[in-house]
Design a protein around this ligand. Structure first.
Ligand code: TYD
Length: 134
């Protein structure tokens, strides 16, 4: 597991009551947030994602539990461990991503720069190489 440059650690605000982490668009997150979704209740052994995008940028935060993210931008393949609500992984459109090793309590929060559009997905790996490979 390598810590990639897209992985940031954000501040945790804590007091005697507990913890709080804040994320703001154009500050922590380098894009305007148009959509939020979260992946949870993932069955053991499941691997999901298997796509890149044309335009969409995303920020992944495992707000509970842990999971791993495999990234491939055609130049570099990395595995990133998201095991803290303070870790924010920024994905660029050309980051082919696969999420795996979800803990039972994992809640993966995704902040997205675009509304859902099936046409913005590249789900075929050969197509991905054709679009983004140099
Ligand atoms: P899918 O893209 O298969 O998830 P993953 O890439 O994490 O494996 O999404 C599962 C289903 O949810 C699929 O039918 C598309 C739908 N979906 C939406 O309708 N809107 C969304 O914003 C997302 C992320 C998925």
């Amino acid at each position: 597991i390598i810590e990639s440059s897209e992985l940031m650690t954000v501040n945790e605000l804590g007091d005697e009551r507990g913890l709080l982490t804040v994320i703001e668009e154009m500050k922590t997150i380098p894009f305007e947030i148009k959509r939020v979704f979260y992946i949870y209740g993932t069955k053991m052994g499941v691997r999901r994602g298997f796509h890149a995008h044309y335009k969409t940028r995303q920020a992944l935060i495992c707000v509970s539990g842990s999971c791993k993210v495999y990234l491939d931008n055609t130049h570099r393949k990395t595995d990133v461990l998201l095991d803290s609500p303070t870790k924010v992984l920024i994905l660029e459109p050309n980051d082919w991503h696969e999420m795996y090793d979800f803990s039972e309590d994992a809640v993966l929060l995704v902040l997205s720069s675009h509304l859902y559009n099936a046409e913005d997905y590249i789900r075929d790996y050969d197509k991905f190489l054709e679009v983004y490979g140099s």
